[in-house]
Design a binder for this molecule. Structure first.
Ligand SMILES: Nc1ncnc2c1ncn2[C@@H]1O[C@H](COP(=O)(O)OP(=O)(O)OP(=O)(O)O)[C@@H](O)[C@H]1O
Ligand SMILES: Cc1ncc(COP(=O)(O)O)c(N)n1
Length: 268
């Protein structure tokens, strides 16, 4: 039997199944990476917004990390919602010893506009976690927050992608243009070159969990040993198909459709 590839996500939950850990595990499954998860916060949320958040005790986050890391090797991992500095400190300590690709989705605000990370933790994330990453995947507001720069044009997006790598020490930066108008354009700066990934904008309000799904797809492709550029290119295709067929579920922003990627033959 071919060696099983494994991927880990360290993130918060979404009982409505569209974002966070749930989106990550569904994506790993579709892309044939054995999915594992460490839960940081239980979030009562749905397509309309966040109703309440319960943080997992720090010792329990640490225990979950130890349980997975001590038992099952994985070939790539990602982080999503990490709500506060204490959690970040524990996670940074554990993951700094790992020698596999690390994709950070610097989750700050949900599509609904609800805040998912404490204000003072943003600085810590930038200083302590960002330098550990292979790739960070900010949307426009997150990229602005990480750099302190305003983003208004695609030129600004490219400049900020470079800054995140050169000034703040990320391995690579993928600045996503979901929040811009026109084509859905993302820019990847990998430390030496700028790459552009573009897709036609889909007219939908059902974009709950797109950032989670995209970064999870990239993580899954990396777990299979693909180079970063290929992983992002295929990840972009995966998320575009998932948005194109997004489910009109719930009263707010519906979730992306992971099954559709199977039906359209998006595979490893
Ligand atoms: N309406 C759309 N049509 C096509 N692609 C889109 C659309 N909206 C977002 N995307 C793409 O989806 C990916 C996620 O981008 P986005 O900037 O929305 O991330 P995000 O804000 O982290 O996601 P989320 O909405 O989950 O918070 C990017 O590749 C972006 O270009
Ligand atoms: C636990 C968790 N992590 C991340 C997101 C962001 O996803 P989105 O911005 O698509 O709502 C979320 N809503 N919940």
């Amino acid at each position: 039997m071919k060696q099983v590839k494994c991927a880990l996500t360290i993130a918060g939950t979404d009982p409505s199944g569209g974002a966070g850990i749930h989106a990550d595990l569904k994506t790993f499954q579709e892309l044939k990476s054995y999915g594992m998860s460490v839960i940081t916060s239980v979030v009562a949320q749905n397509t309309t917004g966040v109703q309440s958040i319960h943080h997992i005790p720090l010792e329990m986050i640490e225990q979950q990390l130890d349980s997975v890391i001590s038992d099952i090797p994985f070939q790539a991992f990602k982080t999503g919602m990490i709500a506060n500095i204490d959690m970040m400190r524990i996670i940074a300590n554990k993951v700094s010893k790992l020698e596999v690709p690390y994709v950070m989705d610097p989750v700050m605000v949900a599509t609904s506009g609800d805040t998912l990370i404490e204000e003072n933790a943003r600085n810590f994330l930038r200083k302590q976690l960002l330098p550990l990453t292979t790739l960070v995947t900010p949307n426009i507001p997150e990229a602005e927050y990480l750099t302190g720069e305003k983003i208004e044009t695609v030129h600004d997006m490219k400049q900020v992608a470079e800054l995140i790598v050169k000034k703040f020490g990320a391995g690579a930066a993928l600045v996503k243009g979901g929040h811009m108008e026109g084509e859905a354009i993302d820019f990847l700066y990998d430390g030496s070159a700028m790459h552009t990934f573009s897709a036609k904008r889909i007219d939908t309000k059902n974009t709950h969990g797109t950032g989670c799904t995209y970064s999870a797809a990239i993580t899954a492709y990396l777990s299979h040993g693909l180079p970063l550029y290929e992983a992002v290119k295929l990840g972009k295709h995966f998320v575009t198909v998932a948005i194109k067929h997004a489910f009109p579920l719930g009263a707010g922003h519906g979730p992306t459709n992971h099954w559709a990627t199977r039906e359209e033959g998006v595979r490893i």
